[in-house]
Design a binder for this molecule. Structure first.
Ligand code: GLC
Length: 799
């Protein structure tokens, strides 16, 4: 136990006793004799905000992370005072505030301690920059595990680790390297079956120590700003993640093509090469929806320009690609080339839109085009200007989507890899230096991009990608995990990173499939595609300075495997789209690590490889060369092998066969998995029927299918179709009830039920209480039933 004297000795200051308490509706203020003010805000019964001021003064209350549309509201708030503490009671938790030390302790209504301060809030004054280094330390509870924190390339359970948040261009990063491209200061703690979350909303460099330095202490601190954190109580981890996602927001639905397979390289040029790649997909019958143009399409790497020698008529090219089912996605970087002949440079200079250094000079740094200046995207006027720059690209040329890169911002040839710390920023009217704005710079860039793209692709939906991100960036953009490497270790990293991002509120995420740096062999490429098709964003990208990385670059055996898996992704599009709908609307993470899926099973707490795609498909990639299968953990419950329909009883490890053309995939019993036929791109085929792979279960299970026009905003006016299926299986019967909502009329009339694992022979089929001729629903004696899409109850009885 650290004593206060030791703390003082180390230069730390800490609050002393409370001398004043005030309540202003849902805000409670506790002031100590030495000028610390703790503001506790009850936002929901299970969501409490803690903020500390020193010398009685808070920083202005402003955050880029919080979604203005977050659901807030509480039913109960009572404050009880006794000799030693204040007790704040909400409908879900009790918060104790100690009168002598300002330390807090949070427990559930049964009195189980969920989270408690060790030293609690303490700080060091920062003479050089002003303000404080603000710190919080908590007691690590027995058996506690920690998850989340964005893109950290380390074991999913963070116990025993120390990490830092400072968005960094980390080319060819390694396992355990930190920090990487994102700063998401949010984690979930889990102990004794109960989960809570902490979001430390502070954009300065932040640090987290999960029982690393001292076994019984978990702490977090920042180089400036307020100690300002949100506490979420579960006790379900899924609730914690959803509540955090609600507070910081989720994206609107993307156009469905954004969920297809995408092909990228640094760089495809000239036009003939782009066309050749596109043709390769159609010739080989490998589905693909988008093709990416990396920096070389630009004229000397000047943003919003084209190299007319390589792309003489971009508008025509984009149109021709579109006619063949390809969307064109182009890269835009933040650095603006210093070039008096370049109108964007001149305009930004004249308008004062570039960042300046402490004493006034422009902030200058080298990126692809050479010396650049950098727009201050934390200035709302700059964002508006930047958004307008997309008009020509999107409206006139027909570009479909935009990819923002290097927005940490990355600066070459300097040790810090980024802007100097004295660079000044507007920070939406709260002027500051780069120390505070660094972690949100890329976020504000992509926010501006999103606004522009959204405006100019209207009536279509925007699709944007970013590399750098702070908490909340998921509202604007999808993301990828940056410059990885074509190694087996990176396949492991990609798997952990995507699960971790999903647990950190950021589901629309993918890796550079196959690896960005270096060249994968065919086996690694195939294994990576097999994982990548289960990531919400699915794109092959590579640095292009080695061999090719198209699906057909590794010989026919690999091409066939890759095609087979990309086809699975296209078949699963309605399932994936429904996952996105649930993420967007209900804040449910699109991938679930096993601990998120079943936290009560302690076996799941240290698993890294297996995950649930959506809610009903269990996936486990093969992450080693020469494998014919692997050991894996199957979570509790019964699971159907996707390939063979063999049923496994979960709650144990087992070996699963998986030759190079297969990986372990299991379907939760009772699930109804919607599928489309294989298309070469979204919208290629008229969908004649919705396939419903129906997996028998003794008992009940619900499944949903969300559909709409796949683009545009009609769905916001109710023109969507949401089918909720309730499956009930008994020894000699199977019942499926359908509950429908929304006014969208799907183009198909028929549902095709493929029945898996039916334990009896069909005797009779009734649809909405009318017995139907078996031949009419099972033409030619097939194992499928064709039923009208508007049915309410399907009842099958067995012999
Ligand atoms: C960065 C990006 C990479 C891109 C390259 C060239 O390294 O992370 O994806 O290909 O820049 O633009």
């Amino acid at each position: 136990m650290i004593t206060n004297t030791e703390l003082e000795y180390k230069g730390n200051l800490y609050p002393n006793h409370i001398v004043d308490f005030k309540q202003d509706t849902n805000k409670l203020y506790f002031t100590t004799e030495n000028g610390v003010v703790l503001e506790i805000t009850v936002l929901r019964g299970s969501l409490i905000r803690f903020r500390y001021a020193t010398n009685y003064v808070f920083e202005p209350d402003f955050s880029y992370a919080i979604d203005p549309e977050a659901n807030l509201g509480y039913s109960k708030l009572e404050v009880i005072e006794n000799d030693t503490e204040y007790i704040i009671e909400t409908a879900r938790v009790h918060v104790l505030v100690d009168k002598k030390s300002l330390r807090t302790q949070i427990s559930d209504l049964e009195g189980h301690i969920i989270n408690e301060d060790e030293i609690g809030f303490h700080w060091e004054e920062n003479y050089e920059y002003g303000g404080n280094t603000v710190k919080m330390s908590k007691i690590t509870q027995t058996g506690e595990s920690f998850y989340g924190m964005g893109d950290k390339a380390t074991h999913s359970n963070l116990k025993g680790k120390r990490v830092e948040n400072w968005v960094t261009d980390q080319y060819a990063y390694g396992k355990d390297q930190d920090p990487l491209y994102k700063a998401i200061p949010f984690y979930t703690g889990l102990h004794k079956g109960k989960a809570y979350g902490i979001f430390f909303d502070n954009s300065f460099k932040t640090h987290f120590d999960f029982a690393h330095e001292r076994r019984n202490t978990t702490s977090f601190w920042a180089d400036g700003g307020d100690l300002n954190y949100y506490f979420f109580y579960g006790p379900e981890m899924s609730k914690v993640v959803s509540a955090y996602s609600n507070l910081t927001g989720t994206p609107e639905l993307p156009p469905m093509w954004a969920l297809g397979y995408h092909q990228s390289k640094w760089s495809y040029y000239p036009e003939s090469n782009v066309k050749e790649i596109a043709k390769g997909f159609r010739d080989q019958n490998i589905p693909c929806d988008a093709i990416y143009l990396d920096i070389d399409y630009m004229d000397g790497f000047r943003c919003f320009t084209w190299d007319k020698k390589l792309f003489s008529d971009p508008k025509r090219m984009i149109k021709e690609l579109e006619a063949d089912g390809f969307k064109t996605v182009v890269m835009i970087d933040p650095g603006i080339k210093i070039d008096r002949e370049y109108w964007i440079y001149r305009e930004a200079l004249e308008k004062g839109y570039f960042c300046r250094r402490g004493d006034g000079p422009l902030m200058t740094g080298k990126v692809w085009p050479g010396e650049c200046n950098f727009p201050d995207f934390t200035d709302p006027d700059v964002r508006e200007w930047w958004a307008e720059l997309y008009k020509e690209f999107m409206s006139d040329l027909g570009v479909h989507a935009v990819w923002n890169d290097m927005n940490e911002p990355a600066v070459m040839e300097v040790p810090s890899k980024t802007a100097p710390l004295d660079t000044r920023h507007n920070y939406d009217g709260h002027p500051c230096t780069h120390r505070k704005a660094h972690n949100v710079y890329g976020m504000q860039m992509v926010r501006a991009t999103y606004e522009g793209v959204k405006k100019y692709v209207y009536p279509n939906r925007p699709f944007v990608i970013t590399r750098a991100a702070y908490a909340g960036t998921q509202r604007y953009s999808s993301t990828w995990t940056g410059d990885n490497v074509a190694t087996w270790e990176h396949l492991w990293i990609a798997n952990v990173q995507m699960q971790r991002m999903c647990m950190s509120g950021y589901s629309f995420v993918g890796s550079d499939i196959g690896g960005f740096a270096e060249q994968p062999n065919g086996e690694l490429f195939a294994r990576w595609v097999q994982l990548g098709i289960f990531h919400p964003f699915c794109r092959v990208h590579s640095s292009g300075d080695h061999g090719d990385q198209e699906p057909w670059s590794f010989g026919t055996e690999i091409t066939d495997i890759v095609r087979k898996f990309i086809e699975i992704r296209y078949q699963l599009l309605p399932y994936l789209y429904t996952m996105f709908y649930k993420y967007s609307k209900e804040q449910r993470p699109m991938l679930q690590s096993l601990v998120l899926f079943d936290q009560e099973d302690v076996q799941t707490h240290f698993r890294t490889d297996e995950f649930i795609f959506g809610e009903q498909i269990l996936v486990c990639p093969v992450q080693e060369p020469n494998a014919q299968g692997r050991r894996m953990y199957i979570p509790r419950g019964k699971w159907y092998d996707f390939w063979t329909d063999e049923v496994s009883e979960g709650g144990k490890e087992r070996w699963v066969k998986a030759d190079l053309d297969s990986i372990p995939i299991f379907i939760k019993e009772g699930a109804i998995i919607p599928k489309y036929p294989v298309q070469q791109y979204v919208g290629e085929l008229e969908i004649k029927e919705l396939i419903l792979d129906t997996y028998f279960k003794l008992g009940t299970e619900s499944s949903e299918v969300y559909e709409d026009a796949q683009d545009g905003y009609d769905y916001k006016k109710g023109r969507y179709s949401l089918r909720n299926f309730k499956l009930t299986g008994k020894e000699k019967s199977l019942t499926v009830q359908q509950f429908k909502s929304g006014t969208f009329v799907t183009e198909y009339e028929t549902l095709k039920f493929n029945l898996h694992g039916l334990p009896f022979q069909i005797d009779k089929i009734e649809v909405d209480n009318e017995e139907v001729d078996l031949k009419s629903v099972k033409p030619n004696g097939s194992h499928s039933l064709f039923i009208d899409k508007n049915f309410t109850v399907l009842h099958i009885t067995g012999k």
